[in-house]
Design a binder for this molecule. Structure first.
Ligand code: EPU
Length: 447
């Protein structure tokens, strides 16, 4: 297993390009199951989670071919990389436990399989480090389209009567708002269903808007993408498509926080300003500014433009509530907590999506942070400095928060088990090295 060793306190400078979005790519890849024609996806990041999805699709008769720049090539940014997905055997309908248990997003093959092949057997994903993560809303939505669903030996077994789903009215709101992958599943199921489907309380996340954009390009009839009300008129068949994945708003946000916590100015290309409204608002309140860098003679591209980050002299304390999009994303909660550890006063962070997603709290305490947790809220009392320490967190974003803390801390921080980070950040240490950080990847056996 690999670890990161970070010698903190180095300012960052320079420019990096934000990669394509992991959480957009996963359901986009699953959508390849909806067509017999090739689907080309551009700028899919090179991550372990994506490789797992490729393996899962392989077990379902959908082959993946990589083109363009080699995965792992020195930072060409990945923008010219293309993945072609093509179904060669549509008789396979079982998503095995061995793969789904490693990746919760495996659940997003359920809707496409049911829509195109009329049946599916997908292992029920278990809980994970950030919470129980039920899938009741996914199943409720698919049942409203006529699916017959049972549970057998830990697998969800679903069938479309007569081989085809029928449009229906679906409400996808749960105790914490809508569900992102649940919306992806029901949307993919509805595009090939007979008749009209209305999804109320649909997730408005940019990743769902991107999925709807791809499906429309494939021939689906969808209105309301990006809003809580989706209207889908089912079609008989979908074609292939060539689609560029949106930039990863969470990776983008993480690098803004990296600049902010090291009091550095950096430039980020392929930056999704519009998708990060709440995070940019909170950063502005803290005193950190992210400003457009328009290319001469062209209007600023709010989806993929270049921005510069200007740090604050003094970080102001603030309140943060994580919420479904367009609210502040739960996937940036750990990162903003690390930053607020160095603010001048008391901040409060309340987690409204995953109330137990605080694995980073105990580790930040080991680095000298002053944090008091009370249920889904944490009071963050600013301290003068963080102090390097060996730390570990078994959640992707918690680990990202710890890397940021390590970049700012006095002394050496060792982040263990970075395979959690590798699930969601493409060679994070390389990107940070490009910006001048003192960070190395080492094998734990060599420590
Ligand atoms: N929920 C239910 N029932 C369901 C589904 C969800 O009650 O059937 C609840 C969840 O327990 C949670 C809330 O609804 O409280 C939202 O969960 P959601 O279903 O939206 O999460 P998800 O779709 O499984 C995606 C991202 C997560 C991100 C969440 C919230 C992917 C692959 N994953 O998960 O990303 O935190 O949305 O924005 O898109 C990450 O990248 O680190 C990550 C965990």
């Amino acid at each position: 297993m690999d670890s990161f060793i970070i010698n903190g306190g180095r300012p960052l400078s320079g420019t990096v390009r934000v990669h394509g979005s992991k959480n957009a790519s996963l359901p986009l890849m699953a959508a390849a199951l909806l067509t017999d024609q090739p689907l080309i996806l551009r700028d899919v990041p090179d991550l372990s989670e994506i490789r797992n999805m490729t393996r899962l699709l392989g077990t379902l008769g959908c082959e993946a071919e990589q083109g363009g720049a080699e995965p792992g090539a020195p930072d060409a940014g990945g923008g010219d990389r293309a993945m072609t997905l093509h179904v060669t055997d549509s008789s396979l309908t079982a998503a095995p436990y061995e793969i789904v248990k490693t990746m919760r997003a495996g659940i997003c093959v359920l809707g496409p399989l049911l829509a195109k092949r009329g049946r599916a057997r997908v292992s029920m994903p278990g809980g994970c480090a950030i919470g129980d993560r039920p899938v009741d809303l996914h199943l409720r939505g698919l049942k409203a389209l006529g699916a017959e669903i049972t549970l057998d030996a830990g697998d969800i077994v679903a069938q479309a009567p007569g081989g085809r789903l029928t449009g229906g009215h679906v409400f996808l709101g749960g105790p914490s708002g809508s569900t992102v992958l649940g919306t992806a599943n029901v949307l993919c199921a509805a595009v090939l269903a007979k008749g009209q489907t209305v999804i109320e309380s649909a997730a408005c996340e940019p990743e769902i808007e991107d999925l709807a954009g791809l499906l429309i390009q494939m021939g689906a009839k969808i209105q309301g993408a990006g809003s809580p009300r989706l209207i889908i008129d089912g079609v008989e068949a979908l074609s292939g498509a060539d689609h560029r994945v949106i930039p990863d708003r969470i990776e983008a946000g993480t690098f803004v926080f990296a600049a902010a916590i090291t009091q550095s100015s950096i430039t980020l290309d392929n930056f999704p300003t519009d998708a990060l409204g709440a995070a940019l608002d909170r950063l502005h309140a803290i005193g950190v500014d992210v400003t457009p860098k328009p290319t001469e003679g062209q209007p600023f591209d709010r989806h993929r433009g270049s921005v510069s980050v200007t740090p604050a002299d003094v970080l102001k304390p603030i309140q943060v509530f994580t919420q479904p999009h367009p609210g502040f994303p739960t996937d940036l909660q750990a990162q903003i907590m690390s930053l607020l550890c160095l603010a001048d006063g008391n901040s409060t962070i309340t987690e409204k999506i995953f109330p137990d997603r605080f694995l980073h709290v105990a580790e930040l305490l080991r680095m000298g942070a002053d944090l008091t947790r009370n249920g889904p809220s944490v009071v963050v009392t600013g301290v003068g400095e963080l102090i390097g320490a060996p730390v570990m967190a078994s959640d992707l974003r918690a680990s990202a928060g710890l890397v940021l803390a390590g970049l700012a801390a006095r002394g050496t921080t060792t982040i263990n088990r970075v395979y959690h980070l590798d699930r969601g950040y493409e060679r994070m240490e390389k990107t940070l090295q490009t910006l001048g950080a003192d960070i190395q990847r080492v094998n734990e056996a060599d420590l």
